[in-house]
Design a protein around this ligand. Structure first.
Ligand code: SF4
Length: 234
């Protein structure tokens, strides 16, 4: 078993099977990504489920909804609700005009074309498009969001650089030989690394003393060594 697989196994033992978003298929997942801004997952869920209940989760439903219905829902999703409504309408418009209302059709395209199709939607860049495809069971590597990226850098893959994109690429290059092939295993890894970054391996003040993979962690070992150097020896 690769070191990467061992770490994911430890994380799964610690956190349990990872929770997947309630959004199903590319259209709902694009909407999920655009449900709120800089708010916790609980609020994203609240806005998404309100859209399901009060509008419907198809491009036609969203397109037909009035601003009077959409704006109060968008306000629950944080700052700039008008922009959010605009983006929801864009999501509906692109899906109706370019995909005949059925964004599932992109899952039949070659990977690069499916990714390109998703990147037309608001707030969906390369990692976002890869994540949506992964959650739909289509994988080509391991997309990472900021939490997962931080965890892997601390565990010793890649190199932290000022430029986020360079850090991202260095981690991707480093983990590539160890990645599992199956989409299901990659999905678990993506979700567990994200959970670990949010729960214990926090940006400021990681809780290394509670961490199930601390024995594997270069960051924790370096921090402990610096601490020992700083403590006066008798
Ligand atoms: S030991 Fe600390 S820094 Fe390393 S992965 Fe665990 S929480 Fe993160």
């Amino acid at each position: 078993m690769s070191r990467f697989a061992q770490i994911v196994t430890h994380l799964k033992r610690h956190y349990g099977a990872p929770a997947v978003p309630p959004a199903k298929g590319p259209f709902e997942l694009v909407l999920w990504e655009n449900a709120c801004y800089l708010l916790p997952d609980e609020r994203r869920l609240e806005v998404f489920e309100a859209l399901r209940r009060e509008v419907g989760l198809t491009a036609a439903d969203l397109n037909a909804a009035s601003d009077e219905v959409l704006l109060p829902l968008a306000k629950r999703g944080g700052m700039r609700p008008e922009t959010r409504v605009f983006r929801w309408r864009e999501i509906a418009r692109i899906t109706l005009n370019q995909f005949d209302g059925d964004l599932d059709s992109i899952l039949k395209l070659p990977y690069a074309a499916a990714k390109k199709a998703l990147k037309q939607f608001p707030n969906i860049g390369d990692p976002g498009a890869e994540k949506i495809l992964l959650l739909c069971g289509v994988a080509n590597g391991l997309p990472l969001e900021s939490n997962g990226l931080r965890v892997l850098v601390r565990l010793g893959w890649g190199r932290l650089q000022k430029d986020y994109g360079k850090t991202y690429r260095s981690v991707q290059d480093a983990i590539k030989p160890e990645l599992p092939a199956k989409a299901e295993a990659l999905k678990d890894a993506h979700l567990l690394l994200r959970t670990h970054g949010k729960e214990l391996c926090k940006d400021k003040g990681p809780l290394c003393h509670q961490c199930p993979v601390s024995a594997e962690c270069s960051y924790a070992q370096t921090t402990a060594a610096s601490f020992m150097r700083a403590v006066p020896q008798r």
